[in-house]
Design a protein around this ligand. Structure first.
Ligand SMILES: C=CC1=C(C)c2cc3[nH]c(cc4nc(cc5[nH]c(cc1n2)c(C)c5CCC(=O)O)C(CCC(=O)O)=C4C)c(C)c3C=C
Ligand code: FE2
Ligand code: FE2
Length: 359
């Protein structure tokens, strides 16, 4: 490597160590709702060994020979049905959240801190975002993946992408990372308030179904804490809402392929509920910080049809926390906790977790 610039330059002066960034990470989404853009996205996503734990020689023929030939056209139609003028909901909502968090953080501690957004797959990519922070002279970065429950397939993959990006920096900033926030009181409070606000407007349904993204059962058996984190979130939320066992259920959605994923499956649960005489359900997806294909299309449209077709009458999807005050307060509390020693946080005017919100 003699004479080549393998590592990026680091223009920050020594004095700027105290400049801090919060780097929000999310999954990523295609650049356009077209088969070619979806194919590019799926090729990157589904060749990540964190997501598909199979030897390459076994998986790649299936991925390139079958999945990337068939799935992009079908997924592109689903993406087209939820795409807005501003773009893919996952990206649009993640950006709004980053902007809202940036405002409240700066209100509390001033301009020494900035909030950026990057994606594990696709754009904005983590390496470009990180280089941008270094170019601004940022010396400390708190990395906050927007996954309340840890899974190696989501948070782990995001941290891998971060580690790859760090390898390219000559003088990396100092890092702290958040692994999960599935039981954080302010997060549970934000979820509970969004359910209560929905109840106030629409009344209660017979069941509240919490639908989490699934992962293969095999990963959990190998030690992934994801299912335990989902169950803990469900238990804490049920307790906070005063719901008895049976009124609140948890299930797993979005399975891909033929292997066994975490059960019970959301689609089967909805059909069983309808067939057993339950006519009204409300759906909440606490594993998704912002709305995306999996909430708006799979839960908002596909599963509604299944429930109604099986005899259900009333089906309501409760939106993700998105950039609402509840989520912003919860993330602010996380940022505050994880940047102690980096920032002197002035005492908050009120305890954010107990302030009523107008969202
Ligand atoms: C095939 C394996 C997959 C695993 C394991 C997986 C885990 C996982 N995913 C999320 C969050 C999201 N996934 C989204 C879309 C999506 N997920 C998979 C596959 C796996 N996910 C696919 C193939 C897709 C693409 C859409 C499709 O073709 O059906 C999304 C939405 C992205 C968007 O653009 O809106 C999110 C968010 C988590 C949290 C997780 C593990 C816990
Ligand atoms: Fe997924
Ligand atoms: Fe899906």
């Amino acid at each position: 490597m003699l004479g080549t610039t393998r590592y990026h330059a680091s223009p920050r002066p020594f004095a700027q160590r105290e400049r801090i960034a919060v780097l929000l990470l999310n999954l990523g989404t295609p650049d356009a709702p077209t088969p070619s853009a979806v194919r590019r996205y799926l090729a990157q996503f589904l060749s990540d060994p964190r997501v598909i734990e199979q030897p390459r020689w076994l998986w790649w023929p299936v991925l390139y020979g079958v999945i990337l030939r068939l799935r992009p056209a079908r997924s592109a139609r689903a993406y087209a049905s939820i795409w807005s003028e501003a773009g893919s909901p996952l990206l649009v909502e993640s950006r709004r959240l980053a902007t809202a968090l940036g405002h409240v953080v700066r209100e509390r501690v001033g301009g020494c801190i900035t909030v950026e957004l990057a994606m594990t797959y696709g754009q904005p990519a983590i390496d470009t975002a990180l280089q941008g922070l270094v170019d601004q002279g940022i010396g400390r970065v708190l990395v906050l993946p927007l996954y309340p429950q840890y899974s190696a397939t989501s948070t782990g993959a995001a941290l891998d992408a971060l580690a790859d990006a760090i390898k390219r920096l000559r003088w990396p900033p100092e890092f702290r990372t958040v692994n999960d926030y599935h039981d954080q009181p302010a997060h549970i409070e934000a979820l509970a308030r969004s359910v209560e606000a929905h109840w106030q407007q629409h009344g209660r349904a017979e069941r509240l179904l919490l639908s989490f993204h699934g992962i293969p059962q095999r990963y959990v058996a190998a030690g992934d804490p994801y299912a335990a984190h989902c169950q803990a979130t469900a238990r804490l939320l049920a307790a906070r809402l005063g719901l008895e066992q049976g009124q609140l259920l948890a299930s797993y959605q979005s399975r891909v392929g033929r292997e066994e994923w975490l059960r019970p499956y959301t689609d089967e649960t909805l059909v069983e509920l309808a067939r057993s005489g339950v006519t009204s359900v409300q759906l909440l997806c606490p594993g998704f910080a912002v709305d995306c294909l999996e909430t708006l299309e799979e839960i908002g449209v596909e599963n509604r049809e299944r429930f109604i077709h099986a005899g259900g009458k009333r089906y309501e999807y409760i939106a993700a926390l998105n950039d609402g005050a509840g989520q912003v307060d919860a993330l602010l509390a996380l940022v505050e906790r994880h940047t102690r020693g980096w920032i002197e946080w002035p005492a908050a005017a009120q305890n954010v977790a107990t302030v009523p919100h107008a969202d």
